[in-house]
Design a binder for this molecule. Structure first.
Ligand SMILES: Cc1ncc(COP(=O)(O)O)c(C=O)c1O
Length: 419
């Protein structure tokens, strides 16, 4: 019997209050009681300055302020404005836009892009594959569309990308179904901070090429690049992109682009799904099916976000300004990452291999108990997947990054001592 009164469950596991939201609420309550400087709220998935304020690129806000009423009020085309789609492709590829066919459709953020990719390249009942540590909305989106998520362990015993687990999971799923959407979030993976190396990419793509020798199978590789501009050197972290272009005809690379972090406009819902294929029939089909999905869900996207991005890419001086301002924000994050990982090493804290990004995962067997211990010291982290604590270094100061690893180790020891 359904537990719902009027609603239908439709194969979804719908829990109550979101865990992250719950911990965040407790952190806010403590801030009210004891003051901001005594609390580390490491739950927030946005970049905050050391005073806990959202880091906002003023250069982007100035562009938004300069838009006219029509830029806000008018509908955008269902697939997005052509200037926005060009800008989105440039934002991902910079000046190295691959030759051959490339197509894009606007979506509300990266979330919309992921949703459309799953909807259009898998069937109801299919499994969608991603790594065992993953951004939990993947599961929400999959369930919403009546798909499931299947995972492979992302790290082997040496804490490297688990190439063989990737390959065997993909092959096992392809033995059960003829289509497979594979989501890889890199660079600066949420929640571990891992970035696939070029060698990792070679393994992944060669496994996909091997699997695609069976022409009855269709493989879609969705690369979620939500943190592409918050990983490090922009060119270096885009070196993998050219590898995605020459896949076999029954394999397809898609990219989920998001303006949320790169342009600090989380609430504006700017994003796009980008399709890379030399086969014009495939990119045209991509445009058709994704426009249909747009029409049948949110209709059209936020025109003002689209116009803002188009303006930034139309004016080199503006783009330069945004890139420089973003670099200053990135430097804050990179410093926090270095401080946290150095302190983790010194304290002997076991963390997932962190390269860059907003989050670090500390491995522990009792994350709920340990996080409760940490609450007592004003440290708010998110228990994750029953085997780790997710610490948002994006939302805490460098000073907290220096002390939290030691505090986690102490909390783990205290919990173990009472067992
Ligand atoms: C891994 C990952 N992918 C995609 C997104 C998409 O974000 P948005 O829909 O705001 O673009 C996020 C945002 O937190 C994320 O962490």
């Amino acid at each position: 019997m359904s537990k719902y009164i009027m609603a239908e469950q439709n194969a979804r596991t719908i829990t109550g209050e979101d865990k992250i939201f719950g911990v965040n609420k407790r952190a806010q309550e403590m801030i009210q009681k004891v003051g901001r400087d005594k609390v580390a709220n490491a739950t927030v998935g946005s970049l905050l300055d050391d005073q806990g304020n959202l880091v906002v690129l003023s250069s982007v806000i100035e562009v938004l302020k300069g838009l006219g009423p029509v830029d806000f009020a008018e509908y955008a085309p269902i697939a997005g404005t052509p200037a926005f789609l060009d800008a989105a492709v440039r934002a991902v590829f910079l000046d190295d836009i691959p030759d051959g066919s490339i197509s894009a459709v606007a979506t509300p953020g990266g979330t919309g892009a992921i949703r459309n990719a799953i909807q259009n390249y898998s069937k109801r009942g299919d499994a969608v594959m991603t790594s065992d540590w993953y951004w939990s909305p993947y599961k929400t989106i999959a369930e919403e569309l009546e798909r499931t998520i299947e995972t492979y362990p992302i790290f082997d015993e040496d804490n490297r990308f688990h190439h063989t687990a990737f390959t065997s999971k993909m092959n096992a799923l392809l033995a059960q179904q003829d289509r497979l959407v594979i989501i890889i979030n890199t660079p600066a993976h949420n929640p571990t901070g891992y970035s696939l190396t070029l060698e990792d990419w070679d393994h992944v793509l060669s496994a996909i090429r091997d699997a695609a020798t069976d022409k009855a199978k269709k493989i879609v590789l969705l690369v979620d690049v939500a943190y592409l501009d918050f990983a490090g050197d922009p060119k270096e972290y885009r070196e993998f992109l050219p590898k995605l272009v020459d896949l076999p005809e029954n394999a397809l690379a898609l990219i989920a682009f998001s303006m949320s972090k790169s342009f600090t406009v989380y609430g504006m819902r700017g994003g796009a799904l980008i399709c890379l294929s030399p086969n014009k029939a495939i990119t045209e089909e991509f445009k058709l099916v994704n426009s249909f999905s747009n029409r049948g869900t949110w209709s059209n996207g936020n025109r003002s976000a689209m116009v803002a991005l188009s303006r930034i890419y139309a004016e080199p001086a503006l783009l330069d300004h945004v890139v420089h301002e973003r670099q200053r924000a990135l430097d804050i994050l990179l410093r926090r990452g270095r401080t946290f990982t150095a302190a983790a090493e010194q304290a002997g804290l076991d963390i997932c291999p962190y390269d860059s990004g907003f989050f670090v995962i500390a491995n522990c067997s009792d994350p709920d108990g340990v996080s409760e211990e940490l609450f007592k010291e004003g440290i708010f982290t998110v228990p994750f997947d029953g085997r780790g604590l997710r610490i948002s270094i994006a939302s805490i100061s460098e000073a907290w990054c220096a002390v939290i690893p030691g505090k986690i180790v102490e909390a783990i020891r205290r919990k173990e001592a009472v067992k």
